[in-house]
Design a protein around this ligand. Structure first.
Ligand code: MTE
Length: 301
């Protein structure tokens, strides 16, 4: 990315995971009713990473990449208050039998929210473990009935330089665009997230709705989505267009394929002191490796 090496976050800046468990207790109490009503919560907490500590809430919400609000890690939490997340619509269109413009409230009501703890590995060699709230993207795609010509899915972030001051600078071609192959998009791990840590998604994390694809570098997980288009050709995605030799369309986490400017073998888990090994597909190989059977991952990086 255009950014320099990640800054480390001092342990003293980080609040404890216990804050989260207290927040979870809070949901379901009378005081938590407003949160629960705004975001239907399906019990049956899916904790995928039993053995890993959650990245503290404060780090998840203050150390971000969201270039629409600046290129520094602290910029989104400082600046994203100008984003207006209501009213908000998401157009789902293209190669589908039933195109539809969804109101965000309808999305929240129609697709039951689950909690999923996923690792997020940024291409800049840091990572977090985040309890997301959301629902499988596949549920939304099935609702609009893809045609037989649909092979890829393109996602588009809001384009409004008035609300997103970073878009007044040409650091990237705007709006931010991402894409998945249709089978990747339909994979049960692929989430549309509307919250984290049991709360509505903070603006800096991509409110009101963002993608989370846990086996890919974080830049695939596009924020503040306004359009989802099913298409027959591979979409032109922002980072791939900006720097094609550095950022491929697939962007699967792979310790054996270095970024041209740095190694991808290790990562720094935010809040931890020592680096750790990066795992193929970010540790989700058992679930997703089949999608890439027979593909040369050094070519399709
Ligand atoms: N989406 C948009 N619209 N703009 C961005 O700059 N940054 C990406 C991704 N989604 C980005 C985006 C990158 S590089 C990462 S690592 C993740 O968001 C970071 O998500 P987080 O801040 O919630 O951890």
């Amino acid at each position: 990315m255009l950014i320099k090496r990640p800054n480390d976050i001092r342990a003293s800046e980080i609040t404890d995971e216990s804050v989260y468990w207290n927040r979870r207790d809070f949901i379901g109490t009378t005081a938590g009713a407003a949160v629960a009503a705004a975001m239907p919560f399906v019990p049956g907490f899916v904790r995928a990473e039993q053995d890993e500590k959650l990245t503290p809430y404060d780090a998840v919400t203050s150390y971000n990449n969201f270039y629409e609000f600046g290129t520094g890690k602290a910029d989104p939490s400082r600046n994203a208050h100008t984003l207006r997340v209501r009213p908000w619509t998401v157009a789902v269109e293209g190669e589908v039998h039933k195109p539809k413009v969804f109101d965000i409230e309808e999305i929240l009501k129609s697709f039951p929210t689950e909690e999923r703890v996923y690792r997020l590995r940024c291409v800049e060699a840091w990572s977090m473990v985040i309890p997301w709230m959301g629902f499988p993207l596949g549920s939304l795609l099935r609702a609009v009935e893809p045609t037989s010509r649909a092979r890829f899915v393109e996602f588009v972030t809001l384009h409004d330089p008035e609300q997103m001051p970073g878009q007044r600078r040409n650091v990237l071609p705007w709006p931010y665009i991402e894409g998945l192959r249709l089978d990747e998009a339909m994979h049960p791990l692929t989430l549309l997230a509307t919250g984290l840590y049991g709360e509505i998604l903070p603006n800096q994390n991509g409110a009101p709705i963002r993608l989370v694809v846990p086996w890919k570098y974080g830049f695939k997980s596009i924020k503040s989505i306004v359009r989802i288009r099913l298409v027959s050709e591979q979409p032109h995605t922002t980072w791939n267009v900006a720097l094609p030799h550095e950022y491929g369309f697939y962007a699967n986490v792979n310790p054996d394929v270095d970024h041209p400017r740095w190694s991808q073998k290790k990562e720094r888990r935010i809040g931890k002191l020592f680096k750790q090994d990066t795992l193929l597909f970010n540790g989700y190989a058992a679930e997703v490796a089949d999608l890439y059977a027979g593909m040369d991952l050094t070519r399709y990086f």
